[in-house]
Write a protein that binds this ligand. Structure first.
Ligand code: PMP
Ligand code: GLU
Length: 396
């Protein structure tokens, strides 16, 4: 017996692997600082928990319609209208086990063998693997730090082929924290206007915004809304990673296809999590303000500390909860007599010798950088930064 060939073409999730490694070390009593997690350290707001408890008490513990309970699909439409000025009907919405499943189902429903999907680097590690798992071909278009990680519309034009079936957008971005400006989105819209491909906009970090304004490409290019698939979820904004609540809104034919994949794989997302999501989407928003302020304070603290280190340069991200320091200036120096040559090696040394878990840039398509999450306490951040400084100053 052996595993299916499809497992030979994808890689394990490096984010989940490093998270697990850091958690296992902590469980063994090792004093490890984890800056690996793409997970809020805030607790889920109590009113959301209460809604789930109430649902459980009332026996709301059975299967629901695969695409989600009607009141949640309506709450999603109301949210998209209110927050994003995007109009979708409930039959254009499917609720999934996290945004991750929604994206996975979208590629499963959309791609034929060899179909191409344009992904802008740096990218979240799972996009390329999900495309590959669906038989598609990820086509990576690089963006540059000097341009705020906004794509060059001409680079997108050059990447488009008759096989291009989708373009993935993720602003605020994991891992760069970059937020697309109106001009950047207009450039992207102009580049794809003549080419019939889906625009998959992963807006999961929408609420974690420190500068500027959140815009979906549908806001700057309403003519493209008919081929827009909005992905969002409860994990980041509402600190609900464990509840596994995500959703997609888009063209009816695609949503119906995604539902069919879900019908034949997982069925509905958890019933009581759906009730909690209704409460979250329809409930008070005042808790966002202190939460975003806290993230902003941590961002500034981390960026300022990193920029004091010789050989390290860190752009101040406009959103999400990651910094992506450029560490190329450290390459070529030696650590314990061995030359430092890449982000994987740096991340290994950091974890093994300095007990700090930080993601190497390479699996995000951005060698020469490392990703640090600031979704952890200031105390942990300070400790992690001190240890990173120790590493940097020990290089020769
Ligand atoms: N998109 C991006 C860019 C992410 O960073 C994450 C975090 N895991 C997800 C989607 C999926 O989140 P979830 O499945 O928890 O909704
Ligand atoms: N998206 C988060 C991260 O990048 C969570 C882990 C994952 O699902 O990849 O760390």
């Amino acid at each position: 017996m052996n595993l299916a060939n499809r497992l030979k073409v994808i890689k394990p999730s490096p984010t989940l692997a490093l998270n697990a490694k850091a958690k296992a070390l902590a469980a063994q009593g090792v004093d490890v600082v984890s800056l690996a997690a793409g997970e809020p350290d805030f607790d889920t707001p109590d009113f959301i928990k209460q809604a789930a408890i109430e649902a459980l008490r009332q026996g709301f513990t059975k299967y629901t319609p695969t695409a989600g309970i009607p009141e949640l699909r309506e709450a999603v439409c109301a949210k998209l209208e209110r927050d994003n000025r995007l109009t979708f009907a409930p039959d254009q919405v499917v609720v999934s086990v996290g945004a991750k499943q929604a994206i996975y189902n979208a590629f499963q429903a959309l791609l034929n063998e060899g179909d191409e999907v344009i992904i802008l680097a740096p990218y979240w590690v799972s996009y390329t693997e999900m495309v590959t798992l669906a038989g598609g071909k990820p086509v990576v278009v690089e963006t540059r730090e000097e341009n705020g990680f906004a794509p060059d519309p001409d680079a997108i034009r050059r990447a488009l082929t008759p096989r291009t079936k989708a373009l993935v957008l993720n602003s605020p971005s994991n891992p760069s924290g970059a937020v697309f400006s109106r001009a950047a989105l207009e450039g992207i819209a102009e580049a794809v206007r003549g080419h019939d491909c889906l625009l998959l906009s992963d807006d999961i970090y929408e609420k974690l915004l420190y500068e500027g304004q959140f815009l979906n490409i549908g806001n700057v290019a309403p003519d493209l809304v008919p081929r827009l698939l909005v992905i969002n979820g409860m994990s980041k904004a509402f600190s609900m990673t464990g509840w596994r609540m995500g959703y997609a809104a888009g063209p009816k034919w695609l949503i119906a296809g995604m539902q069919m994949i879900q019908d034949q794989s997982t069925s509905n997302a958890p019933s009581f999590s759906q009730k909690a999501a209704v409460a979250a989407l329809n409930g008070p928003r005042d808790f966002f303000v202190p939460m975003v302020e806290e993230y902003r304070g941590r961002r500034d603290m981390v960026v300022d500390a990193l920029n004091k280190l010789e050989g390290v340069h860190c752009r101040r991200p406009e959103g999400a909860f990651y910094v992506l320091p450029n560490v190329r200036g450290l390459f070529g120096r030696t650590y314990k007599g061995t030359p430092l040559t890449g982000s994987m090696q740096l991340s290994d040394i950091l974890l093994n010798d300095f007990r700090v878990a930080a993601m190497p840039g390479a699996p995000f398509g951005v060698e020469g950088y490392i990703r640090m999450s600031f979704a952890t306490s200031r105390e942990q951040l300070r400790k992690g930064l001190d240890r990173f400084k120790e590493l940097v100053t020990s290089l020769r």
